[in-house]
Design a protein around this ligand. Structure first.
Ligand code: FES
Length: 308
């Protein structure tokens, strides 16, 4: 679903970080969402980017996203900081729920930099539920860490700026398994948490990646894709993604990141065995084999039947 929305407010939250408040043009309620959800923001320059929702799911009058100005920006965060202003109309797609927040007896939240955005509504929800939780928030410099006052008002909050108090004490934080751990931040942080939480029970670690995990290249083989709803069959050559081949054939599929991290191209699998290469599905979800992300994933069988 694509929705035109108005930029109501931009707020300087920390060095290089602004929050953007978005409301519907007609003043109606925004679509419901859960902590961990993100939207795809389609900017007036045609570029689209994914941003986690970091306001309150109970406030349906607006959405809030946090945007860090990335010095290597290819037109997304740079545009938001330099050109986006209150009163402008942009479009959003979603919300999408790849980083699902589920009930647990206790939570450990770990955030690095702008990775605090999906974690903030989760911490708020845990506080409302009255479930024990702890948040460790790391950043390069204290002045670049957004939403600190809001977090401090919520409860047990550990602040770790490399220029003041040092790095996140991951060994200590992850020593004893307790409930669920939710982590968002740059790749080195995610890798360190994956290593440090290797002794936690299966299914307790939940990660959200901004970028695909580095992995060794795998050989691509051609695959026949039967699109059940459209009654069409597409031969996907080895040098083209399944998503691209379906788009080229004029089939109704949607893509955004094309890197297996945003979830836009999520597609139901009706037959065949997917070769999952995304960074969204858990091991259990991958083993079920009932959905795939065709921008990166292919097939372990010579044929796939998709709900397209
Ligand atoms: S387009 Fe983003 S996961 Fe496929």
């Amino acid at each position: 679903m694509e929705l035109p929305v108005i930029v109501r407010q931009l707020r300087w939250e920390a060095a290089g970080v602004v929050s953007v408040e978005l409301t519907r043009e007609d003043g109606g309620a925004m679509p419901a969402w859960q902590p961990g959800a993100h939207v795809e923001l389609v900017l007036p320059n045609g570029i689209s980017r994914q941003y986690s929702l970091c306001g309150s799911p109970e406030d349906r009058s607006s959405y809030r996203i946090g945007v860090r100005r990335d010095p290597r920006s290819r037109g997304g965060s740079e545009y938001v900081h330099a050109f986006l202003r209150p009163g402008q109309t942009v479009r959003i797609r979603g919300p999408r729920d790849n980083f699902r927040f589920t009930r647990a007896g206790e939570y450990l939240f770990i955030a690095g930099g702008i990775g605090i955005t999906p974690i903030l509504p989760m911490a708020r929800q845990a506080a409302e539920w009255g479930v024990p939780w702890q948040l460790a928030y790391g950043g390069h410099t204290a002045d670049s860490m957004a939403f600190r006052a809001e977090l401090e008002a919520l409860g047990p909050f550990g602040f770790h700026a490399s220029d003041r108090t040092g790095r996140l004490p991951l060994t200590e934080l992850l020593e004893k398994p307790r409930g669920a751990v939710y982590v968002c931040g740059p790749e080195p942080l995610l890798e360190a948490v994956e290593k440090g939480a290797a002794h936690w029970p299966a299914g307790s670690l939940h990660l959200e990646r901004f970028k695909p995990r580095p992995r060794p290249p795998r050989p691509d083989t051609p695959v026949e894709v039967v699109c059940a709803r459209s009654a069409r069959t597409v031969q996907v050559p080895a040098d083209r993604s399944v998503l691209r081949a379906l788009e080229d054939a004029g089939l109704p599929v949607e893509g955004s990141c094309r890197e297996g991290v945003c979830g836009t191209c999520r597609t139901k699998v009706l037959e065949g065995v997917p070769d999952h290469r995304d960074d969204i599905l858990s091991e259990d979800e991958q083993a079920r084999g009932d959905v795939l992300f065709p921008c990166v994933s292919r097939a372990l069988t010579s044929k796939l039947v998709l709900d397209v």
